[in-house]
Design a protein around this ligand. Structure first.
Ligand SMILES: CC(=O)N[C@H]1[C@@H](OP(=O)(O)OP(=O)(O)OC[C@H]2O[C@@H](n3ccc(=O)[nH]c3=O)[C@H](O)[C@@H]2O)O[C@H](CO)[C@@H](O)[C@@H]1O
Ligand SMILES: C=C(OP(=O)(O)O)C(=O)O
Length: 430
């Protein structure tokens, strides 16, 4: 497939209503977990993005049938599956290929996975996955590929060494098939972890503590079929709040899933951007103060990411671009990944007043006028942040490697153009 480039004419006001897609990071573990049951599963509101398409291909390669029966509806039936050799090229395209470990181990008793891919945003350790699988009775061999074996998974009291999102998801799926009760302590509690747990409950699993950092699973469950709707993508909602703010545009984000937006709204409020709630819609007015709130006593404030329910790491790049348009000084502290902040050199070239202190911290002094520039997207979120900068900048920008953006955001240029943006996608969508 030829690489995708966006050509963006900036400086335009937007307006209207937009609905977020289903959560990418819910859809991925849920598609993988559909392999746990022999019965058919229907998933709706599945984002039709590169990552989900790749995982669907991987599911087919182990013998499951997986068909798109509507634009965002996916039917999966894993009546019989085999722990076949998985295509290393497909696995290397997405982080989520590691999520096949739990269901395939549970169904087949063994699985060998080539290393997963995903965003290059710093070292992405797998140790927590290994720790959890071993405690659930599996043996793990990690060489050029990852091999997991367990003749029988057994419930255990597992304390994760960090609240890793995908490790919690893998452990949760394995625990549903394990004999006995499993406690997952120091578990991740992100909305997508909750979504996966609710899907497993819909299949027949018995899970307590969903949304907390101690998840209790009573296994093994007898699983049936289910029809399940993926929850809205809170990271996409946060990206759209940033977009509205930097373009000073009034936007309504319909069916935004407001129950999961508290820390995100609080983060943007620190930048002087306040959203209203109307039912499940989020309303972003255009008349924001965009004034960064100093800490008490006039001290320089900070916005930092942390595991849920704190401000999410996947919104840090968006928040940095947004801060360039706000009045004041703020320290942006990316605690989780060590390479995510390097994209700020592009914002600096565009006119952003940013000092990168070290790989984890950047000081942003705003507001600054951004000028259009050529850019290359290094990862999904930096790519989306660059798109926000380009839409807000004076003049024309080009974003190369926009394929990265499309790993996570569905038909984004089409949807933003419907709000008044001018983004040309090359090669154009037919
Ligand atoms: C497919 C998927 O769902 N990907 C998400 C998942 O990736 P993923 O599951 O790979 O991320 P992890 O939760 O394992 O960890 C992310 C990074 O944060 C570090 N870490 C984690 C917990 C902690 O308390 N302290 C800490 O520093 C880890 O060492 C690692 O470097 O979660 C990340 C963190 O929300 C998101 O960026 C990814 O979009
Ligand atoms: C880092 C991300 O994705 P992945 O874990 O799939 O690379 C993301 O969604 O921002």
């Amino acid at each position: 497939m030829p690489p995708i480039q966006y050509i963006v004419e900036g400086g335009r006001r937007l307006s209207g209503t937009i609905e977020p897609s289903g959560n990418k990071n819910s859809a991925l573990p849920i598609i993988a977990a559909a392999l746990l049951t022999e019965h058919p599963v229907v998933l709706t509101n599945v984002p039709r993005i590169r990552d989900t398409e790749t995982l669907v291909e991987l599911c087919r390669s182990v013998g499951a049938s997986a068909e798109w029966t509507g634009r965002n509806t996916l039917q999966i039936h894993a009546k019989e599956i085999r722990a076949a050799d998985l295509d290393p090229e497909l696995c290397a395209r997405i982080r989520a290929s590691i999520l096949l470990a739990g269901p395939l181990l549970a169904r087949c008793g063994e699985v060998a996975l080539p290393p997963p891919g995903g965003d290059v945003i710093g070292r992405r350790r797998l140790d927590t996955h290994f720790l959890a699988f071993e405690q659930l009775g599996a043996t793990v061999t990690a060489t050029h590929r990852l091999e997991f074996r367990a003749s029988r998974l057994k419930g255990a009291d597992v304390f994760l060494d960090e609240p890793s999102v995908t490790a919690t998801e893998n452990a949760l799926v394995a625990a549903v098939a394990a004999r006995g009760t499993t406690y997952l302590r120091n578990a991740a509690s992100e909305p997508h972890v909750q979504d996966l747990a609710n899907f497993l409950v819909a299949l027949g699993a018995k899970i307590e503590g969903i949304g907390t950092n101690t998840i209790i699973v009573h296994g093994p469950a007898t699983l049936g079929s289910a029809s399940y709707a993926i929850q809205p993508d809170h990271i996409e909602v946060g990206s759209l709040i940033g977009l509205a703010a930097v373009t000073r545009s009034p936007l309504r984000i319909a069916r935004a899933g407001v129950e999961h937006l508290r820390s995100i709204r609080m983060g943007f409020e620190r930048l002087g951007i306040v959203c209203g709630v109307e039912g499940d819609d989020l309303v972003v007015p255009s008349n924001q103060t965009m004034k960064i709130h100093d800490d008490f006593g006039g001290h320089v404030p900070k916005l930092e990411d942390q595991p849920w329910p704190a401000f999410p790491a996947d919104l840090m790049s968006i928040a940095i671009v947004t801060a360039t348009q706000c009045d004041g000084v703020i320290l942006m502290f990316e605690k989780m990944f060590e390479s995510r902040m390097f994209f700020v050199d592009k914002l600096i070239a565009m006119g952003g007043r940013i000092v990168l202190c070290d790989p984890h911290r950047a000081i942003v002094a705003g507001p600054s006028r951004l000028r259009g520039a050529p850019m290359t997207s290094p990862d999904i979120r930096a790519g989306m942040a660059m798109l926000l900068a380009a839409v807000c900048a004076e003049g024309t920008s080009t974003i190369n490697n926009a394929d990265q953006i499309e790993r996570g955001y569905e038909r984004i240029e089409e949807r933003l153009n419907a709000l008044g943006a001018r983004i040309k996608r090359i090669p154009a969508r037919s």
